[in-house]
Design a protein around this ligand. Structure first.
Ligand SMILES: *[C@@H]1O[C@H](CO)[C@@H](O)[C@H](O)[C@H]1NC(C)=O
Ligand SMILES: *[C@@H]1O[C@H](CO)[C@@H](O)[C@H](O)[C@H]1NC(C)=O
Ligand SMILES: *[C@@H]1O[C@H](CO)[C@@H](O)[C@H](O)[C@H]1NC(C)=O
Ligand SMILES: *[C@@H]1O[C@H](CO)[C@@H](O)[C@H](O)[C@H]1NC(C)=O
Length: 565
């Protein structure tokens, strides 16, 4: 190991650095040999640290053994760095070739040469990097790799070749790289993959093949080489369809990304096999119908993205079988116009539903979202919805509700929504305000600021009024009946009270009965005189239903204050 105690190394020891050559590879090569001899010789008399030289655009830390070079114009890999470095990062420079310079850094664990100008990787470029764990060569101009390119990288776990110009993958390219867990081949021009290209990748967990020019999903036999694959990215290719059993051997797959893969249809058996799939992205394809049958195999699916497709309807049971689905996103589906009753009836664990930016979506049927006890987040923004039914969702249970940018008609039908917005304003729930689009006078008015009357609901509380009237009438009738009863039985009462109370008290009681009687007179508008019999109270008590209807218009226009009774 590099001696840790020698921290104040003399900077810019000239022994090796003066031989740096930037002009030609040939010169480079000759000098490299010469230099290695010289350096080896020098190493006999001088400790290695004394020979290390740090280019001006780099930071070289001899304690952590990290060299990090900022954006710059380095066009070759410096060969005079501390030979014991473990991490070397030279991003965004102009390095065109690595040649044999890497041989000086056999202790490297991490090498990042991303965003350079590498064009070719000669055979056995990394043969001395027996300890290298991560190799980042993304965003260069590498046009070809072969089964000799990565020889020696036996403990590599991450290989990033994203953003290069690779067109094909030949037999055994990664053959001896059994430790690789993550392989990124995205954003290349790959259109041909040898059936044995991925042989040996037994520990691969994540594979990016997205953004290439593949026209068919790689054959099942290709995926067979990676039994531990958990995440597969195949988006931005041109597949048109997925054949049956395409992923049959990927039993451990949890995430499948087919976004923008040019899919017109998906065969019913296409998604058989990856039983443990949790996340599926099928957005931005050309699917004409929701692939209900294909999806039904994915019993453990938790998250599904299906936006930007061409289906017009989400029908009843569209996601049958997806019992574990928690999050569903269908956004930017330009032709979607209707979400029908029972659309999500199988998805009783749904928590999060994002149906936004579907410009033609005019209808979410009243029972489309029924029976979803866990639903908490509903995004319906930027659709073409004019109104919403109160029974659609248990709205008050929601933590997020976004109905913005819909042409909402603000009339009495959405009074419930206005009340919801008002009542939830002070809570922590995320409710985005709703702007009216119609009728014209209320355009751009926030719904929550409109009164029931402005929504045309002046008669809407007639039910409530009727209820109050009923209560008043029943109370009146009861009191009247009771009074008359007492009046009718006054003799008995008087006899009962006799002895107990003095005459003066009785006199007062009698005056009160008198008063009640005159109120009753008023109430019944002289319909019957203040008779001593109990008879007149009968219409108010036993057949009250009929009589109340009769009195209602009168009471409605002038309710009798309770204090008058
Ligand atoms: C390497 O590739 C060549 C050409 O494609 C092929 O003939 C050879 O068998 C491959 N070697 C291995 C070890 O896969
Ligand atoms: C799937 O789509 C392709 C291309 O549009 C078409 O040729 C094929 O008939 C379709 N298959 C089914 C089952 O719809
Ligand atoms: C809904 O989906 C759109 C489009 O993918 C996204 O931008 C937005 O963040 C999502 N909203 C929520 C609340 O998840
Ligand atoms: C919520 O309350 C604040 C402050 O009272 C008010 O400014 C805002 O307009 C209200 N929002 C809604 C949606 O009612």
């Amino acid at each position: 190991m590099y001696p840790k105690n020698l921290q104040n190394k003399p900077k810019g020891t000239p022994a090796c650095s003066r031989f740096r050559c930037h002009t030609s590879n040939r010169c480079m090569h000759t000098l490299t040999l010469f230099l290695s001899c010289l350096c080896a010789l020098a190493a006999l008399v001088t400790p290695a640290y004394a020979l290390a030289n740090c280019p001006s655009s780099c930071q070289c830390d001899d304690d952590t053994l990290v060299v990090r070079c900022g954006e710059g114009t380095l066009d070759v890999l410096p060969i005079t760095l501390n030979p014991f470095i473990q991490r070397l990062v030279i991003q965004s420079n102009k390095i065109k070739t690595i040649d044999s310079s890497l041989q000086f850094y056999a202790e490297l664990l991490f090498l990042d040469l991303s965003y350079n100008d590498l064009v070719t990787l000669p055979q056995r470029t990394f043969q001395f990097q027996r300890k290298l764990q991560e190799l980042h060569l993304n965003h260069n101009k590498i046009g070809q790799i072969s089964n000799m390119t990565f020889v020696g990288l036996t403990v590599l776990t991450v290989l990033n070749l994203r953003g290069n110009l690779l067109a094909e993958l030949e037999q055994g390219t990664f053959a001896k790289m059994s430790k690789i867990e993550e392989l990124n081949l995205g954003q290349n021009r790959i259109n041909r993959i040898d059936p044995h290209a991925f042989d040996g990748l037994v520990n691969l967990r994540t594979l990016y093949l997205d953004d290439n020019t593949l026209t068919t999903v790689p054959a099942p036999s290709i995926f067979k080489a990676m039994p531990n694959l958990a995440e597969l990215y195949l988006g931005t290719n041109s597949f048109t369809s997925i054949q049956a059993n395409a992923f049959i051997d990927l039993k451990g797959l949890t995430r499948l990304d087919l976004r923008g893969a040019g899919l017109h249809n998906i065969s019913a058996e296409a998604l058989k096999g990856p039983d443990g799939l949790r996340y599926l992205d099928l957005a931005d394809n050309r699917l004409q119908v929701v692939p209900t049958n294909a999806l039904s195999h994915l019993e453990r699916l938790e998250e599904l993205l299906l936006g930007q497709n061409d289906f017009e309807v989400i029908g009843s049971g569209a996601f049958a079988g997806l019992k574990q689905l928690r999050k569903l996103e269908i956004t930017g589906a330009q032709r979607l116009r209707s979400v029908q009753n029972g659309a999500f009836n199988a998805n009783t664990n749904l928590e999060h539903l994002n149906l936004s930016s579907n410009k033609m979506l005019q209808e979410v049927q009243e029972n489309a979202l029924g029976g979803l006890p866990h639903l908490r987040h509903v995004i319906l923004k930027e659709n073409d919805l004019r109104t919403l039914a109160e029974g659609l969702v248990p709205w008050s249970d929601l933590q997020t509700l976004d109905l913005s940018d819909n042409p909402i008609v603000c009339d009495c039908q959405v009074l419930w929504l206005r009340n919801l917005l008002v009542s939830k304003n002070s809570s922590n729930d995320k409710l985005v305000g709703v702007m009216c689009a119609y009728p014209e006078p209320m355009r751009k008015e926030p719904l929550s600021q409109l009164s029931p009357a402005m929504l045309g609901c002046s008669h809407s509380d007639s039910k409530q009024q009727a209820l109050i009237v009923v209560v008043v009438v029943v109370t009146t009738a009861t009191i009247t009946g009771l009074s008359l009863l007492i009046y009718g039985c006054r003799r008995r009462i008087r006899e009962t009270l006799k002895g107990g109370w003095g005459n003066s008290a009785l006199g007062r009681k009698e005056r009160e009965y008198q008063k009640t009687c005159s109120d009753e007179e008023y109430m019944t508008r002289q319909q019957h005189s203040c008779s001593l019999s109990i008879q007149p109270t009968i219409p108010y008590t036993s057949s009250s239903g009929y009589n109340m209807h009769q009195t209602q218009p009168y009471m409605g226009s002038r309710p009798i204050p309770v204090t008058e009774l």
